[in-house]
Write a protein that binds this ligand. Structure first.
Ligand SMILES: [Zn+2]
Ligand SMILES: [Zn+2]
Length: 436
């Protein structure tokens, strides 16, 4: 954080989980320095909203609520605009199918390089290659990529970078050996992922865009190789909603039952004459799934190279409706996140974008005005669902009526936040009870 920072200590009292500080400064950063408990939240907020969500990691210390809690208040007196301390944070995604002789040794080598770098995320390595999704300050995040590219096996990895304005988008770093780089029923270790002729032909974003424009005049299918709930907040023009709740059970092109055939976009296509245009978020699911389709006899398979994220970065949201679902704390990104310079895109979000009429509340079916899922407030359900604001209110942030009376309910969150660990809310409850 920049600016002149004056740190001082000020005694503040805690009542009903609210803290009021007398200083008139615009911004405070509170850090716990109390000797008898450890707070898990460090928060920045303005005096206009003097609320700090507090939680103690030692519940049995609740009886000490009468004591004054002391915080270090760091103020930034001179700045009129509040700078986001995370403005430099990014999420990086990449994968590479390449033979790795000794994956365990590779994991150890990479772990040792990442020591000292501020990187959180999921990085999986095995004999078939690497699949990485992580967040960090751009300096650290890109240093890892640069280091990796020095190795000839990873020299041409295609990297997707997007902003993470709330800081880390993953709770911690998990870098380890994983038998399957992508979760698919039956595993993927038997698939010929390392043989490019068995995978689909990758199309550059500009070529993909051209092909999409010709879809109606040609014998081709646009295949969304993601989950249905991802399609629900954004997809390419012409792509049918995949009837898939979880990629691991995807079975396009091999449907047997009448019901499955009805929802399978590949059920009745001519395997030799039809062009299949496949896309997913970053490309890895398509690469994997194309080898399966190839084995099932589909001849003309094409994938969007680098996935939707690469496309939005290069072409903007042409032929694309809505936002992009991402598998990290951000959940949903407007196209502008990938291409901030594209003046044809709304700079703040895609809500003003031409067409979000396709997006519906999972509860009442009405249109939603926010293309972002939320987790059910009942922690024991935790379902990811799309919801209109009326239903958020009526169902207290829950996905259905039974969940509203569940024992472990969390408060309704503003749409752009994610729930934290349960003890944060359990402790809030304890504090509220004590102050009543
Ligand atoms: Zn609704
Ligand atoms: Zn629920």
């Amino acid at each position: 954080m920049r600016g002149c920072i004056a740190a001082y200590s000020a005694p503040v009292s805690l009542s009903s989980a609210k803290i009021v500080c007398r200083s008139k400064s615009l911004l405070f950063q509170f850090k716990n320095s109390s000797p008898f408990t450890s707070l898990t939240t460090t928060s920045i907020f303005t005096t206009r909203r003097p609320f700090l969500s507090l939680s103690r990691s030692q519940p049995n210390k609740a009886k000490q609520k009468q004591k004054l809690w002391e915080f270090n208040c760091a103020t930034i007196p001179s700045s009129s605009t509040v700078e986001n301390p995370y403005s430099d944070f990014v999420v990086v995604n990449f994968y590479r199918f390449v033979h790795i002789n000794d994956p365990l040794e590779e994991v150890a080598k990479q772990l040792s390089f990442l020591k000292g770098l501020d990187i959180h995320g999921r990085i999986y390595v095995n004999e078939q290659g690497i699949n990485a999704q992580y967040s960090g300050p751009s300096k650290d995040a890109l240093a890892y990529v640069e280091w990796l590219r020095e190795d000839f096996r990873f020299s041409d990895i295609l990297v997707q970078i997007s902003p993470a304005l709330n800081g880390h988008a993953f709770p911690k770093l998990k870098l380890r050996y994983k038998p399957s780089l992508v979760q698919l029923e039956g595993g993927i270790s038997h698939l010929p992922l390392l043989d490019p002729t068995m995978r689909a032909t990758p199309l550059a974003p500009s070529e993909w865009r051209k092909r999409l424009k010709e879809v109606h005049d040609s014998n081709c299918v646009v295949l969304d190789v993601r989950n249905g709930y991802e399609w629900d907040i954004g997809h390419f023009h012409g792509a049918q909603r995949p009837d898939v709740d979880c990629f691991r059970s995807t079975s396009f092109g091999e449907s047997n039952s009448e019901e499955a055939i009805a929802s399978d976009p590949l059920a009745n296509v001519d395997k030799e004459k039809t062009d299949i245009l496949m896309y997913c978020t970053g490309g890895i699911r398509c690469d994997v799934y194309s080898t399966i389709l190839r084995q099932r006899g589909f001849q003309n398979l094409y994938t969007l190279k680098g996935g939707v994220s690469h496309y939005l970065q290069n072409e903007g949201p042409v032929e694309w409706f809505g936002n992009l679902f991402v598998f990290d704390d951000r959940l949903s990104l407007p196209p502008s996140a990938y291409n901030p310079e594209d003046s044809t895109v709304s700079s703040s979000n895609s809500q003003g974008c031409k067409n979000i009429l396709f997006a519906h509340c999972y509860i009442c079916g009405s249109q939603v005005n926010e293309l972002r899922h939320r987790n059910c407030a009942n922690i024991d359900c935790n379902l990811l669902f799309l919801c209109c604001m009326d239903c958020v209110k009526d169902f207290k942030g829950c996905c259905c009526l039974p969940c509203t009376s569940a024992p472990r309910l969390r408060p309704v969150l503003p749409g752009n936040q994610r729930y934290k660990k349960w003890y944060m809310y359990r402790e809030l409850e304890v504090q509220n009870e004590l102050t009543v």
